[in-house]
Structure formats: structure tokens, C-alpha cells
Design a protein around this ligand. Structure first.
Ligand SMILES: *Cc1c(COP(=O)(O)O)cnc(C)c1O
Length: 312
């Protein structure tokens, strides 16, 4: 759930700039991954912002319905691929939305041959993808000219090339984790996270500031500085223990309740001062380290913690 006390600002110019930088670096078309509501940033707003970027050839969603929900084709004039297993075999819907389904079985390929399906090859992920041995049969069934794999290591990229060797087929494999590997770039890349880094700023305000007196809160934590504060965001909003910024200083969330949390402070911090949960020198990677989570998860939670506003 969102907190009315949390501000979320999405910087669309940063998303555009990230896409331009990726496109310039990799030198092949970028298929911008906007699945899961663009990792919480808002798929419609993000897609509209990216539509005019030359290097962005199209978009990746997980399910056809995500593209339909925002009118992706009408909004951007660029095609999309649905990376997940097909949610429908209704060819007309795929064509109307200009979304190509990813198929991994002969049955799917036959049923969706009219929708220019893309082949999803299993190179190690071991989920909704075609075994190397079945590649030929699925390609022939669907008249397929494009194949991809969800690669996290260069060896996955090599397996994709081996599985499709000798066939005329466009290939892509790289998500954010492999953008720096020239061998992984193939004919296109599909970054998600790389587009969103630095684009989400999430903050709350100090709703209470105290000179600490002994054991504090549920667990009885103690403040080293002798001061502590409270923000009105808690675990119902996805908040977890980790670093924050208050008046340019690194502080910590020390204990979390359902809809509030304690934060360490210094003398001089005041009620109403801003507590930055993500952004301004606090990266997704740093928060992810503290959360023992992926940066993808941090972006998603932080973008969803309050009502989104947009700049750029
Ligand atoms: C989510 C996803 C991506 C993008 O991943 P990032 O790590 O966010 O860049 C690319 N390809 C597939 C198949 C995915 O599921």
C-alpha cells in the first residue's frame, strides 16, 4: 500500500538519458523492458518518455495485457515483445496490439504462427523456455525469425548461439547484467533496471524528533547520538531496515512498525526535515545491499511507497 506521507518523484529525463547512454554504449537496438508497470515507475509514462529515443526500437512486457492496458502501440508507435508465456492464443489481439508473443513449444508456435512469434530458448534458467533440442521444431512450426534467452552469464549467450547455429535468426540475450559484455550484445539488448537507475527519488518527512531517553521502541534500541526521529512509512509500505539521508548526512532506519519507523538523527535535525529513502547519493545498489534484495526489488518498492509524481 502507499503512504500519504511519502513522496515519490520519477525523473523521466533521467530514464531517457539512461536509455540514450545504453544505446550509445551497446551500438545495437534497445528493447526497453517496461514489464511490471516499468518496475513501478509507471509503464505508460515511461514508454511515452522513451518513444522518441532513437536507439529504442521497441518495448518488452511480460504479458500482452500490460501493453493493452496502457495502449502501448497507440502511445508510442513502437512494437513490443511479451517475454512471458503467452496469456492468450487469440492471434487478433497480438496483432492489434503490435506485440509479438514469446513461444517455447510446438503447440504455442503453431497456434500463434500468425502473430510473428519469437522463440524463447532455455540456456540455463530452466523455466518457460524451449530446450536446445527442440529449437528446430518450434522454429519451423511458428515460421520464427527471432530468438532470445534470459541470460545472466556469457555462457548462456554462447548456448543461445549454439542452439540456433546455422539458422537465419535475429538473436538477443542481454539484460542489464550483461550490457558491458560485447559478446552478449548480439542483435539487440533488453535492459530494464539500467533504464531506471537514479530515476526514483523517495522521501518522507520527520513526523517526530526526540532527544532519546534510554531504550526506544518495540525492541528497545538505543540512539548513539542521543537523538532519534520517526517517519510515517512502515513495513506495510515495503520499508525495510537500511540507510537513509537526512540533511546531507547518512542515517539509518533502526526499527520498523506497520506504518511508521524510527530513524537515527543528529542534533539539529528538525521536525519536517526530509528523510531521503532513495536518491541523492543513496543508490538502489546500496539499499539493496542493506535489504539483502536485488536493486530491481528496491526500485519497485520505492517507486510504490507513495503516490508518484513526475518531472522531466
Ligand atoms: C526482466 C527481464 C529483462 C530485463 O532485466 P533487467 O535486469 O532489469 O535489465 C530482460 N529480459 C527478460 C527475459 C526479462 O525477464
Amino acid at each position: 500500500m502507499t503512504s500519504p506521507h511519502v513522496n515519490v518523484t520519477i525523473d523521466l529525463s533521467r530514464v531517457r538519458q539512461n536509455a540514450e547512454e545504453v544505446a550509445a554504449r551497446v551500438g545495437v537496438p534497445v528493447w526497453a523492458t517496461i514489464k511490471a508497470d516499468a518496475y513501478g515507475l509507471g509503464a505508460g509514462r515511461v514508454a511515452a518518455a522513451l518513444a522518441g529515443v532513437d536507439g529504442v526500437a521497441g518495448f518488452c512486457v511480460f504479458a500482452l495485457e500490460e501493453a493493452e492496458a496502457v495502449g502501448l502501440w497507440e502511445l508510442t508507435g513502437k512494437p513490443a515483445i511479451a517475454l512471458g508465456p503467452p496469456s492468450t492464443l487469440d492471434v487478433g489481439r497480438w496483432l492489434a496490439a503490435h506485440v509479438r508473443p514469446a513461444v517455447s513449444t510446438v503447440a504455442q508456435a503453431l497456434a500463434l504462427a500468425g502473430a510473428s512469434p519469437v522463440l524463447c530458448v532455455d540456456t540455463g534458467m530452466q523455466r518457460f523456455a524451449c530446450a536446445a533440442a527442440d529449437v528446430g521444431a518450434v522454429m519451423e512450426a511458428g515460421g520464427i525469425d527471432e530468438a532470445f534467452t534470459h541470460a545472466t552469464r556469457v555462457e548462456h549467450v554462447r548456448r543461445l548461439r549454439e542452439a540456433t547455429a546455422g539458422r537465419t535468426v535475429r538473436l538477443h540475450a542481454a539484460a542489464t547484467g550483461l550490457l558491458e559484455e560485447p559478446e552478449a550484445r548480439l542483435d539487440a539488448v533488453r535492459p530494464g533496471l539500467a533504464l531506471y537507475r537514479g530515476a526514483v527519488r523517495t522521501s518522507a518527512r520527520l513526523a517526530d524528533v526526540r532527544r532519546s531517553a534510554g531504550a526506544i521502541g518495540y525492541g528497545g534500541w538505543r540512539s548513539e547520538s542521543g537523538f532519534h526521529g520517526v517517519i510515517l512509512a512502515g513495513y506495510s509500505h515495503g520499508l525495510r531496515l537500511g540507510p537513509v539521508m537526512v540533511n546531507g548526512q547518512r542515517q539509518r532506519i533502526t526499527e520498523i512498525g506497520m506504518q511508521s519507523a524510527y530513524v537515527t538523527l543528529d542534533e539539529g535535525d528538525r521536525m519536517g526535515d526530509e528523510v531521503v529513502l532513495l536518491g541523492e547519493g543513496l543508490s538502489e545498489a546500496e539499499v539493496a545491499f542493506a535489504w539483502e534484495a536485488t536493486p530491481h526489488q528496491v526500485v519497485l518498492v520505492m517507486a510504490g511507497m507513495g503516490e508518484r509524481g513526475y518531472v522531466g
